[in-house]
Design a protein around this ligand. Structure first.
Ligand SMILES: NC(=O)c1ccc[n+]([C@@H]2O[C@H](COP(=O)([O-])OP(=O)(O)OC[C@H]3O[C@@H](n4cnc5c(N)ncnc54)[C@H](O)[C@@H]3O)[C@@H](O)[C@H]2O)c1
Length: 391
């Protein structure tokens, strides 16, 4: 029998841009958020704002992990501490939702895979929440039913412009903080995970061309929250060691459903694309039709046909099948978006825990998170060697 979700208690590590997205989604699910960890000041402020009873300052995640009032840990800290905090949470017997990317290198993310696959290990999920947009689940069902025939090719982009100016700064720009691939590692992996999920297959080989347009940038002194705007008085120049743009080619393996085998995909990824705020676009092209979806218009899918009129399928209407009924809460015409994808993701993870692991695993596992980091490693090696690389 399923436990009600409000019997599960969450602790959140990190207090920046994405932490409140987790907290708000958990609250909407009825999950108790019992603990917060970050810098002392930010943890206190976040606790006061959200009414979180246990506060662990000084970035002391070990103290949060010792709390008997935390069942699931949400890791929303910067990439460089994900692996250390994931391993510590698993060792403390806590279930984990870790932000993407799972870590900085395949060698370190492999350690999380090994820890998460032990027989007694708690549930582990990586926050590739784009899987839980109803439109993405719907496209997955349509591909796997053969509604667009055999998939021939996939095309798309993930474009943002928040790092366009050389004075735009975030820890992600530094390889030592975010990992050696920035645009591709940070947002490109959302695109790749979404496509893998829709196709039901993983990328097996990869080719990349990367560009760093701002070889030197200027940064304020001290920590800067993601998407923060301001006018700092003191800026210091620094050399940039991560890419602003990536052109990525992928070859996907075979899917069990028989409609995907050796599919070629190409994507552009940019954090300096003026005018685009958060545009993840996917086009899936099959022998009898195509599917197109865009993150900023997430409630509809465009279905393209050669010999009959194109269609717009809308979430919450007859166009979306029963397959996605459990992943949408509001009727058609009442838009759901980014915060709802987080809510649906955490619902799937918490239901998996509450049902004693009897619900299907649609969320990204440690293995999936590790695969994305391996893929980034292959893309970087491909760029350096100017050739295709096996993942
Ligand atoms: N899934 C998504 O859509 C999505 C969106 C944005 C960010 N993210 C991911 O979330 C993570 C955080 O990104 P952000 O944009 O919120 O960054 P941010 O810089 O706004 O926030 C990071 C927070 O972590 C805190 N922190 C730093 N070191 C810490 C430590 N050792 N222990 C605990 N807290 C620590 C900082 O004080 C800050 O509050 C990144 O891994 C990023 O890739 C995911």
């Amino acid at each position: 029998m399923n436990l009600p979700l409000h019997t599960l208690r969450a602790g959140v590590i990190g207090t920046g841009f994405i932490a409140p997205v987790h907290i708000e989604a958990l609250r909407r699910l009825g999950v108790q958020v019992t603990a917060i960890c970050g810098s002392t000041r930010a943890a206190q402020d976040t606790a006061a704002r959200w009414g979180i009873p246990e506060v662990y300052g000084d970035y002391n995640h070990q103290a949060l992990l010792r709390s008997p009032n935390v069942d699931v840990v949400h890791i929303t800290s910067p990439n460089k501490v994900h692996v250390e905090q994931s391993l510590a949470a698993l060792a403390a017997g806590k279930h984990v939702v870790c932000e993407k990317p799972l870590g900085m290198s395949p060698a370190e993310t492999r350690r999380v895979v090994n820890a998460a696959k032990k027989a007694t290990a708690p549930v582990f999920a990586v926050n590739y929440m784009c899987r839980f947009f109803p439109a993405v689940l719907q496209m997955r069902a349509m591909v796997q039913r053969g509604d667009i025939g055999r998939v021939m090719h996939v095309q798309g982009h993930f474009f943002q412009d928040w790092l366009l100016h050389d004075t735009d700064y975030n820890w992600r720009v530094l390889a030592s903080e975010g990992g050696p691939l920035r645009a591709v590692g940070d947002i490109g992996t959302h695109w790749i995970d979404t496509v893998s999920f829709i196709l039901g297959a993983r990328a097996e080989s990869a080719f990349a061309h990367l560009e760093t347009f701002h070889k030197t940038r200027k940064r304020p002194v001290g920590e800067v929250k993601t998407f923060a705007s301001g006018n700092p008085s003191e800026l210091v120049p620094y050399k940039v060691d991560t890419e602003d743009f990536g052109s990525v080619l992928l070859r996907f393996g075979k899917a069990a459903h028989g409609f995907v085998d050796g599919v070629h995909a190409n994507a552009s990824v940019s954090q300096v694309a003026a005018g685009w705020k958060c545009s993840l676009y996917v086009g899936i092209y099959g022998t009898t039709g195509s599917l197109q979806w865009e993150f900023q218009q997430p409630n509809e899918i465009r279905v393209g046909r050669r010999d009959s009129p194109d269609q717009i399928l809308q979430r919450g209407t007859a166009g979306f099948s029963e397959d996605v009924a459990g992943f949408t809460d509001y009727p058609g015409g009442h838009p759901e978006g980014f915060p709802d994808s987080h809510k649906m993701h955490y619902r799937a993870v918490y239901e998996h825990i509450a049902s004693g692991r009897s619900s299907p695993i649609l969320f990204a596992t440690a293995e999936d998170g590790h695969h994305e980091v391996r893929l980034c490693d292959a893309l970087l090696r491909s760029h350096q060697a100017r050739r295709w690389v096996k993942v």
